[in-house]
Design a protein. Structure first.
Length: 264
């Protein structure tokens, strides 16, 4: 029976789309035709098969999911969204080390749908993407975990904190040292701001960079061989922001941060 239901649902985009459509609310045949852009002759055989399998029921010419159909669709949607996440940026995910993402977040990888993959060309290799800068400058609260130094970061984060943005910033010892020695004025502004909470990682972060705010999620991950490419995943979806914040706090625990501010 399981195999026949799998075939019934996933071997036909029409049937799959019909189930997802009826998850939203019951529909009559005219509404189904309009929303799926089909005619009655092409959709009626699919409706009959779904009714025979007791995935759809009909009452007064209105079609709706059965109790079995509701259970299946409720569990089917995350599966389909997970496939969409991996297919959208297939080469990226194939080459990334996913072992550093906890299982409970990997099981919810579907929450990262509609992510955009940013990779600078040779002429803009050292520039932060505009979409990142626009989003972070409009954010009211920022959580950042970073294990490598970027020369634009000190001035950016110091200005954000001084302008009222709440910062929770965790850096590795190497990043802190480069910040303090190379950018002492920006470091002083950052550490003295009432809006910033600074943490120092005692161990390397399993994820090289996580930035999650009330506006967006930005993520860089190591490749399977431990190398780091300048590729940035970014999303403004609400589900992705929640997912990213959970990853941030997971990595904070793994990295064993301690809240301390160096003398400047």
């Amino acid at each position: 029976m399981k195999q026949s239901l799998v075939n019934l649902i996933f071997y036909s985009d029409r049937r799959k789309d019909l189930l997802l459509l009826l998850k939203e609310e019951p529909r009559d045949i005219d509404t189904i035709k309009n929303l799926l852009n089909v005619d009655a002759r092409s959709i009626q055989p699919h409706i009959k098969k779904m009714k025979d399998a007791r995935l759809i029921i009909e009452e007064k010419k209105v079609y709706m999911l059965s109790e079995i159909g509701e259970v299946i669709v409720e569990n089917m949607e995350p599966f389909l969204n997970s496939i969409e996440v991996f297919e959208a940026n297939g080469e990226y995910w194939k080459t990334r080390d996913l072992t550093q993402i906890p299982d409970y977040l990997l099981e919810r990888i579907d929450e990262l749908e509609h992510c955009e993959l940013l990779e600078p060309d040779a002429e803009h290799m050292l520039e932060t993407p505009k979409v990142f800068m626009d989003n972070i400058r409009s954010s009211k609260e920022i959580f950042t975990l970073v294990s490598y130094f970027h020369p634009e970061a000190p001035s950016l984060y110091a200005s954000l904190a001084e302008n009222g943005t709440k910062l929770t910033l965790c850096m590795t010892k190497n990043v802190i040292e480069r910040l303090v020695t190379g950018f002492p004025e920006e470091a002083k502004r950052l550490f003295k701001s009432e809006n910033s909470k600074i943490f120092i990682c005692q161990k390397p972060s399993p994820i090289p960079i996580i930035v999650v705010t009330d506006k967006f999620l930005s993520l860089k991950m190591f490749e399977n061989d431990g190398k780091l490419r300048d590729q940035l995943l970014i999303s403004t979806e609400e589900k992705a922001l929640r997912w990213g914040k959970e990853l941030f706090w997971h990595c904070m625990r793994v990295a064993e941060p301690t809240e301390e501010k160096p003398d400047i």
